[in-house]
Design a protein around this ligand. Sequence first.
Ligand SMILES: Cc1ncc(COP(=O)(O)O)c(C=O)c1O
Length: 392
Amino acid sequence: MKSKKKIKRPKPIYFDSAATTRQKPPQVLKAVVDFAQNVGVSHGRGAYQSAIKANELVFATRLALSKLFHIQRMDRILFTKNVTEAINTAMKGFLKSGDHVVLSGLEHNAVIRPLNKLKADRGIDYTLITANSTGRLNPYDFEEAFKPNTKLVCLTHASNVIGNINPVEEVGALCAKKGIAFLVDTAQTAGVIPIDMKTMNIDFLAFTGHKGLMGPPGTGGLAVSAKWNLDSFIEGGTGSNSDKEEQPQQWPDKFESGTQNYWGLAGLRAGVEFLLKNSVLKIRRREESLMNQFLTGIEKLKGVKVYGLPPGFEKDRVAVVSLNVEGKDPSELAYELDEKYGIMVRAGLHCAPLAHRTIGTYPVGTVRFSFGYYNTEKEVDKALKALREITN
Ligand SMILES: Cc1ncc(COP(=O)(O)O)c(C=O)c1O
């Protein structure tokens, strides 16, 4: 009988942290297991000791998030299963027939798809603000698009395609001046760059737990400023006002029907506490340094086009780099990187076709490298070496 020869695969390298952070701080996994093994019950339902511990977990998670994002009112932090659900909760609870929305041309499908649904169902209207070819947005283009019926502005804090950090402070100030609500999608920035809900004038801060916040998938939320009210997104059991057949109106119960993801929240709490302890700036410095190493190395390669801001503007981008190699389809390049070098990157449109139209890569897309806190310089060197071999 022939002996089966094992094919030696290179050690895998993960450069897809913009999709989800694969490696989490050990405290996160420990917190999930601890909760599952030692508490394991719902909050807000029972009065026994474990139920009180579950209440404490939910409170502590809100508290950690309120510190991280400078959220004024803890009762206005609503847990959802991800940022997509948070954005849907905000838009569908807020927008009414005849409302107008302004959004950037760098938004994820998590923003444009619910808006298009609302356009079809409720007759809302929207204006897209296009960025220039390097992905820069001009805040005053937003102001020019305001109409008397503009009720909401949506802006992703950083593009998940090209990494540009968008002018959230400037747009927030313009919205506040006009009394227009401001929704920020922090999927690519929460836990990576500092966010202050108050000074940035954010009314709806939508976050996801499984990326920079280092938590498990299935966690996320929406923080809502005290200025605005929302209709509930789903209704059901909340453990409160159980004698009433109508949805309770107090926050956050109004928005948190059904049993919550406690295992996930235990991990999210540990992730956010890890960030508070280590400081977001430390994470940012690490990721920026890896991105700079990559961008500097890439500059020397022939036939590689990097999208987004030109060299010298690294401070204005998160560690997300989109590129294409001349003569190669993005999916072909991503396959080769994985197959030959064990390098995991994402190819295609990254759920953000609007952004690709802006940078001129629609419909084929790009290959996206995104760096996380746990990546190393050695791994970046390996990626550069692989790209050098491929482009040669
Ligand atoms: C900018 C942006 N918005 C929204 C999302 C959706 O995130 P989630 O799948 O966690 O809801 C992502 C992640 O893919 C993203 O990068």
